[in-house]
Design a protein. Sequence first.
Length: 161
Amino acid sequence: MATPDPTDPTGTYSILTGEDLSQGLELDIAARPIEGLKTLLAVSNMRTVVERDEVLPIGDHLVNVPETQATFTARYDIPKTLFGFGGSVYYVGARQATLPNTFTIPSYTRVDAALYWRATPKIEAALNVQNIGDVRYYDSQDNYLFPGAPRSVLGTIRLHY
């Protein structure tokens, strides 16, 4: 268990002081139920806590690990055409921003969508809209909390070889 070094006034260094416990279940299911449709469902339920430590409270949850998160993604390539479309729904449950646990980052659900055009068998163009609902969400890294990306549009060209 990495903990900020109490003898380091800059907060740059960490020391190993204890143990954490991570238990849970992850499930991924990929399917192609009909011609042209690809789907993926991924769900996880994790319990991650400080189990033994000289500095941190026992039972505190590890940083930025939600108890529950899930993703559903689907892409449909329209048969006998050069076009396709798809989308994703992401759910991230509430999680702790700091150790010791003093601040909880709220849960969020984000939706993305895309349109595809296959110009040739080897070249594909896509237009993606990420975070369609412009949902405000946050992530943390170390002791920093930063906002997730707002609604954004991204065009891509992919070369398959």
